[in-house]
Write a protein that binds this ligand. Structure first.
Ligand code: ADP
Length: 292
């Protein structure tokens, strides 16, 4: 539910952005999101998907999500909802996008999903990074460009979150030291790899089966990174069939030693979850670090 006065303000702001008169007739909560309020809105122009958050807390978040969705759509690899407008109204920041109806998986769903992700990962550029910082959940994600993955991963991902956790009293100084040791070791673990266009937050809650029976991905934290990051994330929280990994490996094989790197790639999402939710995730961080 969105109260009526906010509904009117949002309708006005969206109309201005789209240059089309939009009247919101109904807003129905869509569950499943962890960070934002999410709705299917019924308007005079049909259904749309709307995300809302506090305008003062995360002013840039939806602009970055908009840019990420556009970057993924440009790759023409997997289905991605079309972002339509972002702005503020009534103290809320909003992101409006195409509403994707849920469908049923068709025959080679997992193989097809893997092929799409591989095609997306084949999109490359000279450096690891993204033009602007963005967010993973509500956590700022730095994207300063580097030509070397190990440097990028240490400086933009592992160390900033470790430091944040330490400053907030969540991460102990011994773990900071272990993380620094691991960062020094990264060049030995990761062979040279081309930057790949990543979804960046690829867990099973961030795709749905679209009306054509194929995967549609959303809620990304896009950057050019190491493709094992997307696969490590998918494995971490489960929900992807083994056929997905086999198909990916046969289409776009990973460099030898990828099995040993899974935990290291999972350290970043585990740090994100440690900061957002604490508890067991921190134990997993420590377990992975103990091996280095
Ligand atoms: P959050 O940013 O809060 O994590 P999500 O972007 O993950 O929110 O969206 C919450 C839920 O809404 C998803 O789990 C999915 O089921 C659904 N959803 C997301 N995007 C769309 C869309 N474009 N069309 C229809 N449903 C969507």
């Amino acid at each position: 539910m969105i109260d009526e006065s906010l509904q009117i303000l949002l309708g006005g702001a969206i109309s201005e952005k789209l240059q089309v008169k939009i009247h919101i007739n109904e807003a129905k909560n869509v569950g499943g999101g962890e960070i934002n309020e999410t709705f299917r809105i019924n308007t005079n122009e049909g259904y749309f998907f709307l995300k809302l958050n506090d305008a003062t807390r995360y002013p840039e978040m939806f602009r970055q999500e908009f840019a990420g969705l556009e970057a993924l759509r440009k790759a023409r690899a997997l289905a991605v909802p079309r972002p339509l407008a972002t702005g503020t109204a009534g103290g809320k920041t909003f992101l409006l996008m195409e509403f994707i109806q849920k469908g049923n998986a068709i025959g080679d769903f997992w193989e097809d999903f893997a092929a799409g992700l591989a095609r997306q990962h084949m999109q490359t550029q000279d450096t690891f990074g993204f033009p602007t910082p963005n967010y993973i959940g509500t956590i700022k994600q730095y994207n300063t460009p580097y030509s070397n993955w190990s440097v990028f991963y240490a400086f933009n991902r592992l160390m900033p979150l470790t430091k944040l956790g330490y400053d907030e009293g969540i991460i102990e100084s011994s773990v900071v030291k272990q993380m620094e040791r691991l960062c020094r070791h990264l060049p030995k673990l990761f062979p040279q790899e081309k930057p790949a266009l990543l979804h960046g937050d690829l867990w099973s809650g961030n795709f749905l089966i679209g009306p054509d029976g194929k995967a549609c991905i959303y809620d990304p934290a896009v950057y050019y990174g190491h493709r094992e990051m997307d696969l490590g994330m998918a494995r971490l929280f489960g929900g992807f069939d083994t056929r997905f990994y086999y198909a990916y490996q046969s289409i776009y094989p990973l460099a030898p030693g990828w099995q040993q790197r899974i935990g290291v790639c999972q350290l970043y999402p585990l740090l994100v979850h440690t900061l957002l939710f604490g508890g067991n995730y921190y134990s997993s961080v420590r377990e992975i670090l103990a091996a280095y």
